[in-house]
Write a protein that binds this ligand. Structure first.
Ligand SMILES: *Cc1c(COP(=O)(O)O)cnc(C)c1O
Length: 235
């Protein structure tokens, strides 16, 4: 894929149509799933093209990179909604709380404590999703499915955090379908309305399984120029 800047608007429109079609197939209304445009590592011209096309919902996976791009964009487009979809180190919590509307990667007790403390200091707190390690992969971030109930209780009862949703990144080589179904079931069981799952290759499947947010990068913007830092610690 060699999407140019001029392709971004067309890609956004096509993907939104496919999301709504997938939702309809599952008996869900248009708009049931929202498109997060993952702008990490993309040239700023492509972010600008998405903004010019009217898109406002973005995902970034590193705090420093988001901080370099989004405060300036927000000066011109105050209705931007920005989600952190990559791992969050506790030493970046202060900046993340100040910058993001949603943090999708709450994945450990220490981070819950740090977010709660920083929320009190800043008097604001992003909406929070818990990342679930649906494949129980040892090297991967996220709360194991059988630890989710306990972690949600800890967030609520010890830290006073209101978790709104769940997110997952299924194992790279696996069929994502069972992971999407599991995440949707866990969200329903815990009364959580937001379900973030599905990327460029499988977002329609995720929508049919109940995603309320899909996270799509390359299908909108083209291949990233630099390696994907998705699985790296935030630097
Ligand atoms: C990069 C990234 C995406 C987007 O991936 P594409 O395959 O480019 O659509 C989605 N989710 C997370 C967590 C990511 O890091």
């Amino acid at each position: 894929m060699t999407e140019s800047v001029s392709d971004v608007a067309a890609n956004l429109a096509a993907i939104k149509a496919r999301i709504d079609a997938a939702a309809a197939e599952a008996g869900r209304p248009p708009g049931a799933a929202r498109l997060i445009a993952v702008s990490k590592v993309q040239p700023v011209e492509k972010l600008e093209a998405a903004l010019a096309a009217g898109h406002r919902l973005f995902g970034e996976n590193r705090v420093q990179e988001a901080k370099a791009k989004f405060p300036a964009a927000r000066d011109r487009y105050p209705d931007i909604e920005l989600h952190l979809i990559g791992p969050l180190q506790t030493n970046k919590v202060k900046e993340a709380v100040a910058l993001f509307d949603v943090i999708q990667t709450l994945d450990r007790p220490k981070l819950a404590a740090a977010l709660a403390a920083e929320g009190r200091r800043q008097g604001r707190l992003p909406r929070l999703f818990v990342e679930v390690n649906t494949g129980s992969e040892p090297q991967k971030a996220g709360i194991a499915p059988d630890g989710l109930a306990g972690f949600l209780a800890e967030c609520r009862d010890i830290h006073g955090l209101a978790v709104e949703g769940l997110m997952c990144i299924p194992p790279a080589e696996a069929d994502p379908a069972p992971h999407f179904d599991l995440l949707a079931r866990l969200a329903a069981r815990h009364g959580l309305g937001a379900v973030s799952m599905g990327m460029s290759g499988d977002y329609e499947q995720a929508v049919r399984a109940g995603a309320t947010f899909v996270r799509v990068g390359t299908a909108i913007f083209g291949e990233r120029l630099k390696p994907d830092a998705a699985s790296q610690a935030d630097g």
